[in-house]
Design a protein around this ligand. Sequence first.
Ligand code: DX5
Ligand code: ZN
Length: 216
Amino acid sequence: MNKLSPSILAADFANLGEAIRQVDASRAEMIHIDVMDGQFVPNISLGFPVISSIRPYTSKVFDVHLMVQDPGRYISQTAKAGADIISVHAEACTHLQRDLQSIHNAGCKASVALNPATPLSVLDWVMDDVDMILIMTVNPGFGGQAFIPQLKEKIRMCRAMIEKSGRDIDLEIDGGVKTSNTAELVRAGANVIVVGSAIFTGDIIRNVDTFMQLMD
Ligand code: DX5
Ligand code: ZN
């Protein structure tokens, strides 16, 4: 099933409650929450107090993307703040399989995120431990960047890997997704689409509808 995960990184943080209400009223299934530590990525965004403050405002799936070095240190806090799915970067984990197990032990769905230059082979021995794979289609750290075109082939290859595994694993893409490339990226094999700037610029509910139509 195709799902949309609006990234609140692009929301007006002075009016975050209202942005959450709008996404809650929309047809999007998830809310993508970008946590950055200023170490794994060259930016700092928001943390656990913000996640727990917005949790009561919506029952949408909280899709938390940890762009944090050694994210294993923060898994129980992320779960307690209200995450449903937690993505950790393969590049940031010394013991990736252990971190994925910790996510499951904390009662959440586990996902591995891969930077654009990271090969899919890092997934070879953790396919049984993941519910979702997050292919970064920009270098993480900032919203509003351009999609890196060669990653369309990586999406295709990742979908083939998932099919070969025989498991029901979601394939999420994040970065530079616009109305102009959504349909082709869904055709390439992505089924969870993160959209930041293209949803939070203008009418959120209407923008969600436009993306959902493109994903049909
Ligand atoms: C980037 C973040 C993304 C970002 C996407 O590091 O992980 O989730 O919000 O924003 P857009 O859709 O504007 O590229
Ligand atoms: Zn993200």
